[in-house]
Design a protein around this ligand. Structure first.
Ligand code: SAM
Length: 405
């Protein structure tokens, strides 16, 4: 075997190992309460958000997914027209379900489909106890075998893959897609929703904000953050799910949970929070009264050395009366109200004047380590004691013109 062939094979083996690892890491399941809290926030803003709509959960094994359970149990309360849920052939839990007894009956030789579409057009009070809930869904599915179909692989994708032909056909019929998709395919996943002009409410990692495919959508108000993004969200995982950090792991009643740091809702459904104005003080008031020691009692806000804007290190320290461009932390987006501010860009994708030689020299002389050199595009400034600072990525914003302060 030639060297080149061996190298290519090793590369492709590494890639498939990497993909397999990423796919395994994608297997964590959202808790019912997190879905409920988020969906209810949209209902508070507009009780008809889901009324008459076809909801599609396209990364959801109905045996496992609380998205399926939540929308099935609340089918009538939300006024859904239809609920479509598809499971994925590549999932390690594919075909293990207990909801559909026909696959568990007999001698067990009946092949279980690995990917399924479950389609609910109604949820009636099947057991006559006066409620239409998950038990009624189970009974409905028991009696109504037509409510589910096996999904087949096509020439490119396994059955139930959100990119497969059958799933795209279901997507086209849907009004709102709601799920927690595989984070490793987040870019592609969102691109597909946008391409098909769908409404969506999905979970993703805070990092995704900074992706070059995602940030422009945020900037253009085609995608924004949902409501419940604070705090730690815990996701259910299988016992063999690898969790390196002890503090990100917990076991409750024998069930393993994992917390992944900053997980956020991404959506294009309107909600009340994005119309709340961030209460702010003027620049003068901030310099006198701010709770942040970096601002209170200081001469002024820092100006970047290589870009015409001021550095605002905390969202609640944005001066209400400043008319120019401001660099704010990414966490600002959780408080972003498009009537109050306009997003101009992300520092990572903004053309600055580059770092000057003086700045770079002063930076290394001050004992800091990092990889900068003359012309480096990151924003930078000198602080009040003349120490050179390179802040973490900033969102560049300005006050919406013609709006009240
Ligand atoms: C982060 S998990 C969330 C599962 C479920 N939506 C929930 O929130 O409980 C992502 C799921 O997407 C499935 N998945 C991975 N790749 C997929 C693909 N290409 N198409 C559809 N589903 C996929 C995985 O099997 C996994 O169950």
């Amino acid at each position: 075997m030639g060297n080149t062939t061996r190298k290519t094979e090793t590369k492709s083996l590494n890639r498939s190992l990497h993909n397999a690892k990423a796919a395994k890491q994608d297997e964590f399941y959202t808790q019912y309460v997190d879905i409920q809290k988020e969906v209810e926030a949209y209902l508070e803003f507009d009780p008809d958000t889901f009324r008459g709509k076809v909801v599609y959960c396209n990364c959801d094994d109905p045996f496992e997914s609380n998205f399926f359970k939540y929308f099935a149990a609340n089918f009538n309360k939300l006024g859904l027209k239809k609920l479509v849920t598809t499971s994925y052939d590549g999932s390690p839990i594919a075909g293990q379900g207990i909801l559909f007894p026909e696959y568990n009956e007999g001698n067990g030789k009946r092949p279980k489909p690995k990917a399924l579409a479950v389609i609910l057009n109604q949820v009636k009070d099947e057991d006559g106890d006066g409620a239409a809930n998950v038990t009624d869904v189970e009974l409905f599915l028991k009696r109504n075998k037509a409510a589910r179909t096996a999904l087949k692989a096509d020439e490119k994708y396994p059955g139930g893959d959100f990119r497969s032909r059958e799933c795209i056909a279901l997507l086209k019929e849907a009004d709102i897609v709601v799920t927690n998709p595989p984070f490793s395919l987040f870019r592609e996943y969102v691109a597909q929703l946008v391409e098909h002009g769908k409404k969506f409410l999905i979970l993703g990692s805070q990092n995704a904000i900074t992706f070059k495919e995602i940030f422009p959508l945020i900037k253009d108000n085609k995608l924004w953050l949902g409501v419940d993004n604070g705090g730690t969200k815990w996701f259910q995982v299988k016992d063999d799910y690898e969790i390196q950090t002890e503090s990100r792991k917990k076991i409750v009643n024998g069930v393993k949970y994992f917390s992944m740091g900053s997980i956020m809702w991404f959506t294009n459904l309107d909600h009340g929070r994005r119309h709340q104005r961030l209460p702010l003080m003027t620049m003068g008031e901030n310099l006198r009264f701010s709770k942040h020691k970096e601002i209170k009692g200081k001469r002024g806000y820092h100006r970047y050395d290589n870009y015409d804007a001021i550095e605002v290190p905390f969202a609640d320290a944005i001066p209400s009366d400043y008319d120019g461009v401001m660099g704010v932390p990414i966490t600002f987006l959780d408080k972003y109200n498009p009537d109050q501010f306009r997003i101009l860009g992300l520092s990572r994708y903004t053309k600055t004047n580059g770092m000057s030689k003086e700045f770079v020299d002063a930076y290394y002389k001050s004992g800091q380590t990092g990889t900068i050199s003359e012309g480096h595009p990151d924003l930078c400034y000198y602080d009040h004691s003349n120490r050179p600072v390179v802040p973490y990525m900033r969102v560049l914003i300005e006050r919406s013109k013609g709006k009240k302060k």
